[in-house]
Write a protein of this length. Structure first.
Lengths: 176, 296
């Protein structure tokens, strides 16, 4: 990969870097800090990006690393609430009209993921939301693939217990 | 039965034989059946749910900053990267594992770097003027803008920053001479207790600026910065800029700044020695005068 590639891609990747940073940190100021630092660092180290690594995954790993090593400790934000919706819900009509039921469901899903312990939440964001493979997620977080899978399993057990009634679930599972 | 196998089963990722094995376990054990049920219930539209999440939009300031970082790259020829540090990795690490950056980062880093519009591309750190419109007196005082920029940059430095010296000094010096038009001689300051650590090619408003970094035996690093300024000579002057000691002078159309927040080093005396040309060089070509611009 030559120097021009990463530069050209960064502006395009910005919306996804921003939303990832927001979801990881839970705070717009921290997220801005994260993305700034990550882009600088990526440009400094772009000679280290291997041709077989997706630039987006690589950026996620840089963001994650800066969050863990540099910003999280001094973040004063309380992690207990991430009420984006209350601030920005206002008046923008959502053109991709969700039904009221799916809107409620979606918000419940998002909230449930956000309340997972940090390590599990990171894996869910990478795999279930950003669509990375297990092995890509393992690279982003710098852990073995087995760790990704076990964190995911724990997350999904928690999420599964939040959604759906007990009896029905067991019946459904036995039948399928 | 391991949860990750049950999860793979629910996601349809198991081959037939292992599917059967799981189903046997489910029939035999309500506990396994329950865990499978939970995995089933966790098959939710996560991607879609998050796609509908209303997030604060990307801040304008961030967009501009990223654009500024990347626009400088487009005209550059590929791949001469003389500042690339020689990577000495543990044998266990793959060659592409990032060197641990020991740069100690203070919160002010972001303000300084991004208001000053600093970005590091292609082996060169560039300060772009007034990107966000913020006053350049952020770093403070009556110092010239280029001095403010190097002070801002020097504020980022700790001893750890220089712990891994750039190995290939000769090629940096050579690139500086050839591409930047500055024939740099790196002063040997060991007599003052300063060990040479690194030379970097920077850019200020598009003009080449050289930073030579030293470490005293203890305390903060000292930097000697040089930029071309076609103006009359100026004698040594010292000032405080943003809690750092700065000694400047101009000589033979080059402006110098010695920057440090170490109280152990007498920068003024050092500046006199360097400008008196009474100091030997560590690297660089032997010229008749210490710092000479090649014709460009």
């Amino acid at each position: 990969m030559n120097d021009a590639d990463l530069s050209g891609k960064l502006p395009q990747m910005l919306p996804r870097l921003w939303s990832f940073a927001l979801r990881i940190s839970g705070d717009p100021h921290d997220a801005e800090d994260l993305v700034q630092r990550a882009c600088l660092r990526a440009l400094e180290r772009q000679h280290q990006l291997r041709p077989d690594t997706s630039p987006l995954s690589w950026m996620f790993s840089i963001i994650q690393s800066i969050w863990i090593n540099e910003i999280r400790a001094r973040s004063v934000r309380s992690r207990s609430s991430m009420e984006w919706d209350d601030n920005f819900l206002d008046t923008v009509a959502d053109p991709s009209a969700q039904t009221p039921e799916s809107e409620v469901m979606n918000r419940q899903i998002v909230r449930a993921v956000e309340q997972l312990p940090e390590a599990q939440r990171a894996v869910m964001l990478l795999v279930a939301v950003e669509g990375l493979t297990y092995s890509e997620a393992a690279e982003v977080l710098g852990v073995p693939m087995g760790t990704i899978m076990s964190r995911l399993a724990r997350a999904r057990q928690t999420l599964g217990s939040l959604f759906g009634a007990q009896e029905q679930r067991v019946q459904r599972a036995l039948k399928s | 039965m391991d949860d990750t196998v049950l999860m793979a089963y629910v996601d349809g990722e198991l081959p037939p034989r292992e599917r059967e094995e799981v189903e046997k376990q489910m029939a035999a054990s309500p506990e396994v059946a329950e865990r499978v049920a939970l995995f089933e219930a966790s098959r939710l539209p996560y991607c879609e749910a998050f796609a509908h999440q209303k997030l604060p939009p990307v801040p304008e300031r961030l967009t501009k900053s990223i654009e500024a970082m990347t626009c400088a790259q487009t005209a550059r020829p590929a791949n001469r990267n003389p500042n690339k540090p020689v990577a000495h990795h543990d044998k266990q690490l793959p060659p592409s594992a990032p060197l641990r950056s020991r740069l100690r980062v203070a919160p002010a880093w972001v303000a300084v770097a991004f208001i000053a519009g600093a970005f590091f591309t292609g082996g060169v750190l560039r300060f772009a003027p007034g990107l966000s419109g913020a006053p350049s007196t952020l770093v403070g005082g009556n110092a010239a803008p280029w001095v403010q920029a190097v002070v801002g940059y020097q504020q980022l430095y700790s001893r750890e920053t220089l712990a891994q010296p750039v190995a290939d000094v000769e090629s940096v010096v050579e690139a500086t001479r050839r591409e930047d038009g500055l024939a740099v001689r790196i002063p040997d300051l060991r007599g003052a207790g300063l060990t040479f650590k690194r030379v970097q090619r920077l850019r200020f408003q598009g003009r080449p600026l050289i930073q030579i970094a030293y470490l005293p035996e203890k305390g903060a690093p000292v930097a000697l910065c040089i930029i071309k300024q076609v103006q009359p000579d100026q004698p040594i002057a010292s000032q405080r800029v943003a809690e750092m000691n700065v000694v400047t002078w101009r000589q033979s159309e080059l402006a110098y700044a010695l920057v440090s927040n170490s109280s152990d080093v007498d920068l003024t005396a050092l500046g006199k020695q360097i400008s008196d040309r009474s100091i030997n060089a560590l690297f660089g070509k032997a010229e008749t005068s210490p710092y000479v611009l090649s014709a460009r």
